[in-house]
Design a protein around this ligand. Structure first.
Ligand SMILES: [Zn+2]
Length: 208
């Protein structure tokens, strides 16, 4: 952290209004105006113990997520992490590990960061849960956008590998957007195959 960041008052990531001295990255007005799903959607059922998507993939969240991913506007990450933290009361109490959806190293090199990790780190800190770091994306998939559910599933086969001890754990997978749910499902299956007790999923927004 830069000293300047530390000294500067925090401002809302969405409207720029200076916060009133608390630790929030979103002002109350912007927080209330976000396209919340009430109750939070369950976009990828099946293998998941609990699956929550907090918002519709709509303005201004779609803009914020694209700015974070493709324009490196990292100040959106803590604001979107606050959105995830709003799920706190709805999440199963026995979750003991958090896994940001891994990005292939090549894509991470190009982007400079993994947006799912940027979201997961503040959530893990707020909930006091450790992050799993030994799960890798071993296959660089072609861009998933524009592909149907079947092609996505085919693309994702053997996409992840794990060196983590996940036996008996309840892992919460975190990602920015869920579209078909194929990535979350594939990752969840890998964890269950490696002995995880349960998997749950939490995403900022759902595009379905
Ligand atoms: Zn605001």
């Amino acid at each position: 952290m830069l000293l300047l960041d530390f000294l500067a008052p925090k401002s809302c990531a969405f409207c720029g209004v200076l916060s009133t001295g608390d630790e929030h990255s979103l002002c109350v007005n912007c927080f209330d105006d976000l396209p919340w799903r009430v109750p939070a959607a369950s976009p990828a059922p099946g293998i998941f113990n609990c699956s929550l998507s907090m918002m519709d993939y709509a303005f201004p969240v779609d803009v914020a997520i694209k700015a974070l991913k493709f324009k490196r506007q990292l100040y959106y990450a803590p604001a979107l992490a606050e959105v995830l933290c709003a799920a706190r009361q709805s999440l199963p109490a026995d979750i003991d590990s958090i896994l940001p959806v891994p990005l292939h190293w090549r894509r991470k090199t190009v982007r400079g960061f993994n947006q799912a990790s940027e979201l997961a780190v503040p959530v893990a800190r707020a909930l006091g849960i450790r992050i799993l770091r030994g799960v890798k994306r071993c296959k660089a998939p072609p861009s998933q956008s524009g592909l149907g559910a079947t092609e996505r599933r085919k693309n994702l086969r053997r996409a992840f590998s794990t060196r983590e001890q996940v036996a008996s754990k309840h892992v919460l997978i975190i990602d920015d957007v869920v579209t078909t749910g194929a990535t979350l499902t594939e990752l969840g299956k890998v964890l269950l195959r490696n002995g995880a007790d349960k998997v749950s999923a939490l995403t900022v927004a759902s595009a379905r």
